[in-house]
Design a protein around this ligand. Sequence first.
Ligand code: COA
Length: 176
Amino acid sequence: MPAPSPYGQAHADNSPEGVNSGAGILLEQLKSPSEHDIAVITTLWIATGLIPAIRDARQDIENCIKADHGSLIVARHPSDNQIIATMMTGHDDIFGWIHYLAVAKLAQNRGIGHELVGLAEDIVRSSGLSQIRVTVETPAAGDFYAKLGYELINHATDQATPDTIRNTIMRKSLDQ
Ligand SMILES: CC(C)(COP(=O)(O)OP(=O)(O)OC[C@H]1O[C@@H](n2cnc3c(N)ncnc32)[C@H](O)[C@@H]1OP(=O)(O)O)[C@@H](O)C(=O)NCCC(=O)NCCS
């Protein structure tokens, strides 16, 4: 279980639908995003460099929600219910995956990213899979995932490798 953020522990189990707000952030599985939610998520993904400024997040959001094994998890700020972080997680029957992990700049370095990744790991583990993977776009994100126990893998050989330039998929074993 990841450490709770200073906003409070945002999830108590792996059922993220409206979990455990209390004084803390609310993690929610977003199944029917409003137009406002889509606009806020688009702004967040552009601001954190996940998509170019010309792109709308709508299609990616809808694809994730419709996917058989996909979940779009969002964190909302307790005071105004505004979305401040996102993460998509799912699996392809072999590996679990994390996509679109983004924490609003003002909310970074408070444990929210760690919490979201921990939740993805719980969800993947509860699907009976023992490995989770993420495509890492930037060195900073690579450092973040490395702190959480992820290692780079070599595309061609699927072996662990220290090469941080050509290989951008990181993985973590969920076997405990
Ligand atoms: C990467 C990101 C999700 C981290 O979220 P966050 O909520 O700020 O991270 P946390 O506060 O949970 O940090 C967890 C740990 O990672 C460390 N960490 C966070 N960002 C880091 C970074 N850029 N480089 C190195 N370590 C980092 C924290 O110091 C913390 O370590 P600690 O437990 O030893 O204190 C966030 O910075 C972000 O949204 N970045 C832009 C989008 C992005 O790159 N997403 C990833 C796409 S692959």
